[in-house]
Design a protein around this ligand. Structure first.
Ligand code: ASP
Ligand code: MG
Length: 443
């Protein structure tokens, strides 16, 4: 079996949903189709919930009505048969009546409200498949996708429940289910956090030991550099799980970072494809050969660098532990770390508790904070055997001030911290030095 996941833009309007159906129906083998909510819907649902939290019930209802209207346009474009059009309209009417009824209880229904986006997109897709004359089975993610008390996927449970459902309903070729939504350890509706549909696809792939997980978005796979800031980037044919994980975390927005883990653990290839250019090969993430040097570059903004300097750190133990405890207390993840004998620099991307963190760190030494920084992540093969790669990276950036360098944490990553104003320049210089020049030499 294969898993095909389509993001919000891929199901964003009638034309796109038709493209999705074409792609899905071209696969003969049995498959599970995972859908995101129609693009914009989850944001609207978040806004509706925020309005309820501010006791602005009327405005919440107005926004709900507005959102309902967008589905009328979608249904108009999608259904040619009156029978199926009516079916879809009735479904939408009921869904939105339900949403409006939820607004009576303030914010206590947040997770239920957020879940409606995926419930709607999957139901509309199934009705559309029926109009096309294609048999398919809608299975509710709420019946098998579960998280534990820490909010982490409960893999055993997911595996048992999903395989039981598939065994009971074994006579179908196409199963459709929702991304993102799940039940928590007390059986309430919950979710895998924003952007979590990729994670759903990967968890399903792992649970059924799929032969492949396909993630369909609106770009041709992973690029060697950020196409928004660098010209002539190209999509990468293949990349290892480790390299992809580094990139996904450090800004290559194409894939939810956690979604690589279940696929990697089960050695299931993940194929990244473009719904709007299905003939492009895309990028395959799998156990492949390590790259010869740098495979790809990505950047992540809104990084805060914190430096703690203290002569007490000199030859002392326990200093880092004390510092890390502050971050643990405020549940703030550290991304990069570099140390010298008398100072440590680290970065965070979540500023929620910055003030409290810096106050507490002052106990340990002199604290400096730099905001508006960007991490530039280079993924590739940095193992000891590869000579000269780090030198060429640094050489590319000889005219750009580098605030931190992290190298050797894994064999697959080198990260550099620069001020965000220098980011675009740095990405272009790296592209020129690491890809363009190299290609010229190879010709
Ligand atoms: N619909 C959810 C979101 O917008 C989940 C997803 O699309 O992956 O975050
Ligand atoms: Mg996404």
């Amino acid at each position: 079996m294969i898993v095909l996941k389509f993001g919000g833009t891929s199901v964003g309007n009638a034309t796109n949903i038709k493209k999705v159906a074409n792609i899905v129906n071209a696969y003969q083998e049995s498959k599970i189709v995972v859908l995101s909510a129609v693009s914009g819907t989850t944001n609207s649902l978040v806004n509706i919930n925020n309005l309820l939290a501010e006791h602005k019930k009327e405005e919440a209802i107005l926004l709900t009505n507005e959102l309902e209207l967008t589905y009328h346009t979608l249904i108009d474009g999608l259904f040619s048969s009156e029978y199926y059009q009516l079916k879809a309209l009735t479904f939408i009417r009921n869904s939105f009546d339900y949403l409006r009824s939820l607004t009576n209880n303030g914010v206590e229904n947040e997770k239920i409200i957020l879940a409606q986006g995926e419930i709607i997109s999957t139901n509309l897709f199934q009705i559309y498949q029926a109009q096309l004359g294609n048999e398919s089975k809608l299975i509710s993610a709420l019946d098998f996708m579960s998280i534990d008390e820490h909010g982490e996927p409960d893999m055993k449970n997911i595996q048992n429940k999903l395989n039981t459902i598939l065994n009971q309903e074994s006579n179908h070729n196409t199963y459709i289910t929702q991304g993102y939504i799940c039940k928590n350890n007390v059986e309430e509706i919950d979710n895998l956090k924003r952007g979590g549909s990729d994670y759903t696809a990967s968890l399903i792939g792992a649970a059924i030991k799929a032969s492949e997980i396909q993630i369909w978005t609106d770009i041709d796979g992973m690029h060697n550099n950020d196409p928004r800031f660098v010209e002539n980037t190209f999509s990468i044919d293949e990349i290892t799980f480790d390299e992809a994980a580094e990139l996904a975390y450090f800004g290559a927005k194409i894939l939810h970072p956690q979604s690589i883990i279940p696929a990697q653990k089960n050695n299931i290839p993940v194929l990244l494809k473009n719904t709007f250019n299905p003939n492009d090969k895309g990028t395959i993430i799998k156990n492949c050969e390590n790259s010869k040097g740098v495979r790809a570059i990505a950047a992540k903004d809104n990084i805060i660098a914190i430096k703690i300097k203290s002569y007490r750190m000199l030859m002392a133990y326990g200093f880092l532990k004390n510092i890390f405890e502050v971050f643990e207390k405020y549940q703030t993840a550290i991304d990069m770390i570099t140390t010298s004998e008398i100072a440590v620099s680290l970065t965070i991307d979540d500023a929620t508790y910055l003030k409290k963190i810096t106050e507490e760190l002052q106990v340990f030494g002199n604290v400096e904070v730099d905001k508006q920084m960007s991490i530039i992540c280079l993924a590739g093969n940095f193992s000891q055997s590869g000579k000269g790669i780090s030198a060429s990276v640094i050489n590319c950036l000889k005219d750009i001030p580098i605030r931190m360098i992290s190298y050797g944490g894994s064999n697959y990553n080198m990260s550099l911290l620069v001020i965000t104003d220098d980011k675009v320049n740095a990405l272009n210089l790296l592209n020129e030095g690491l890809f363009v020049q190299k290609q010229l030499q190879e010709v």
